[in-house]
Design a protein around this ligand. Structure first.
Ligand code: ZN
Length: 423
């Protein structure tokens, strides 16, 4: 499509943005826009405010870690350029707008694992038949949880309800019944999704870019943003929002971030950084936005204080993860082969239409942690028939083997001796 070469408009649409006040002494600086790299600037400001990753970067071995470290350092003193980073990230066309969520994942894919693991959680998808037999179970890592806005229509979307829906079990009955190996027939089933490892930083993606009725659309519904989220015993506090204003083809990204230092919300709009005049949550304890696209939450207690790691949370998560892995391994050893979860390589393709990017975003890219993955696994589970590999194998102790060999040899010797005596 020829329009793919069209320069995407990096228009500022301030109508719905929170009011900001320029102040003289700001603790933060902005980033220069190379053409349409506002998506990158927002992600970098989020990462800059995510101090948990700063000491985990490995500037000696990873070029992107080094560049990020330099940018974070410079941002305390002066506005920054991003030319070297876009080259290292393989972004050739800086005049083409990209998806901020994909950009975040691209960077997380390329930095050292101990830095990116701050953003990484694990989801386990399970499918059980109506008699409680396990049909399928799979654990995958995730960096963002995509929440569908399809049901919101023109109403206000509640992030908390969307999150509940994401984890709500799904039933399979009627024509959708699935084959259970234990029942040896098609049965009703239920699939569920559970977060088995909580990330330190939880990123929610509001799927504003979607494919509805054969058309790519941007949903501009209003979203009720919760200040805090509770998942089981884990509490998450909001500290970052990435906003998208404008249309599918041309838009602009900005970020609103809560300062770790003065606990004030600032808006980052390329080189412009301003204190948000009407501080989110200040008046009513609520915040509502038609532009918010990414929500970034920090696990309570995970922010480093005076150089100390939040060991308790990390240790508890590690124990939880280890326990769930152990349980799963025991089950899978008996029935299913272990699948190693892998992150896909960079999903950002050069010279692709903004539209195609959005399609990727709403389809393949988001499938990683999407509920549709559970359905795929259901299908896989249906096709799983009992076979040689799926049966448990019994290993014999070597001493038993030796004993059997000796007995066999004695019997053979006895037969030979008897044969000699008789003949
Ligand atoms: Zn069954």
């Amino acid at each position: 499509m020829s329009s793919s070469r069209k320069r995407s408009k990096d228009t500022d649409q301030k109508s719905k943005k929170p009011k900001v006040t320029p102040t003289q002494t700001l603790p933060y600086y902005g980033l220069h826009n190379q053409g349409a790299t506002c998506y990158l600037n927002c992600v970098l400001q989020v990462l800059s405010m995510t101090t948990e990753i700063h000491d985990r970067l490995e500037p000696r071995s990873q070029i992107i870690d080094q560049q990020l470290k330099n940018i974070f350092k410079k941002l305390k003193e002066t506005p920054c350029q991003t030319g070297n980073l876009t080259k290292s990230l393989g972004i050739k066309n800086v005049l083409q707008q990209r998806d901020a969520a994909e950009c975040l994942e691209l960077i997380l894919n390329k930095i050292s694992p101990q830095a990116s693991e701050v953003f990484q959680g694990q989801l386990t998808y399970t499918t059980k038949c109506c008699s409680g037999h396990s049909i399928n179970e799979e654990t995958n890592p995730f960096w963002t949880l995509p929440l569908s806005l399809k049901d919101a229509h023109d109403k206000t979307f509640s992030v908390e309800s969307g999150l509940e829906k994401f984890f709500h079990p799904k039933s399979f009955n009627g024509d959708n019944m699935v084959y259970c190996n234990e029942c040896e027939e098609k049965t009703e089933a239920e699939s569920g999704c559970e977060m088995v490892a909580f990330p330190q930083i939880l990123t929610l993606l509001l799927k504003r870019f979607d494919y509805v009725n054969m058309k790519h659309v941007k949903t501009t519904c209003s979203v009720d943003v919760p200040r805090a989220l509770q998942r089981k015993e884990k509490r998450y506090d909001l500290y970052g929002m990435v906003n998208h204003t404008g249309s599918l083809r041309g838009g602009h990204y900005t970020a609103i971030l809560l300062s770790n230092e003065d606990h004030t919300w600032y808006e980052f709009d390329d080189t412009r950084v301003n204190k948000v005049e009407e501080q989110p949550f200040a008046e009513t304890g609520t915040y509502n936005s038609s532009d918010v696209y990414l929500l970034v939450y920090r696990a309570s207690g995970s922010l480093r204080v005076e150089g100390k790691e939040p060991e308790m949370d990390r240790r508890r998560d590690a124990i939880n993860l280890e326990e769930s892995r152990e349980k799963k391994k025991m089950k899978k050893d008996a029935k299913y082969k272990q699948e190693v979860p892998r992150f896909p390589e960079s999903r950002i393709q050069e010279d692709a239409l903004v539209l195609q990017q959005i399609q990727n975003t709403s389809n393949s890219s988001r499938r990683q942690a999407d509920r549709s993955a559970a359905e795929e696994m259901m299908e896989k589970g249906c096709k799983n028939k009992p076979d040689e590999n799926s049966r448990p194998r019994y290993k014999m102790h070597p001493l038993w083997i030796l004993l059997i060999v000796i007995v066999v040899m004695l019997v053979v010797a006895l037969i030979i001796a008897l044969a000699i005596i008789y003949y």
